[in-house]
Design a protein around this ligand. Sequence first.
Ligand SMILES: [Zn+2]
Ligand SMILES: [Zn+2]
Length: 185
Amino acid sequence: MFLDLAHLALRTGERYERSYAIDLVPIVLGGVRYEVLLPEGVTVKVERVAGGFLVKAGAHARVYGPCARCLKETVLDLHAEQQEFAPTAKDGWEESELSAFIEGLVVDVAGIAREAVVLSLPSQIVCSADCLGLCPQCGKDLNEGPCGCLPAGSDERWGILKDLRLTDESEQPGGGSEGVDDDSR
Ligand SMILES: [Zn+2]
Ligand SMILES: [Zn+2]
């Protein structure tokens, strides 16, 4: 979906607003594929300002993908918003300062919407904030109840207890040596 700003014939201070129905291709993050639906489409607001156009794209996005902890299919609702500037004259602008989604004065609406969704995704998509995830040893979903495995952390604690017990035992011969000391007196 492309929007040609030149065709809007806006004068400075004038605005344009329209919603577009957009199908986004799935977003792949860290090898994980997320389907994205924009149930209300993308709302594009264009404002003619001195030197160019301010282009704002906003969308309610519904993201479908696996929970990062338990892998269960999860739905995440978020609001995505992105603002770009398109100068009418490119003189004095570095290529890196120009929007990657506006070529000349033609706006790639789907491109901006996709970028907006990617940027508003949390670092980890989880089914719930207190999801317990899968047991790293047997793979059981710990949200459904505990498995028989000892948590990896408690192995160390048992090790420390074992060491303490060994120390206790080694003190008994030490007590005997005290007796030896007593004998020497
Ligand atoms: Zn989960
Ligand atoms: Zn387990």
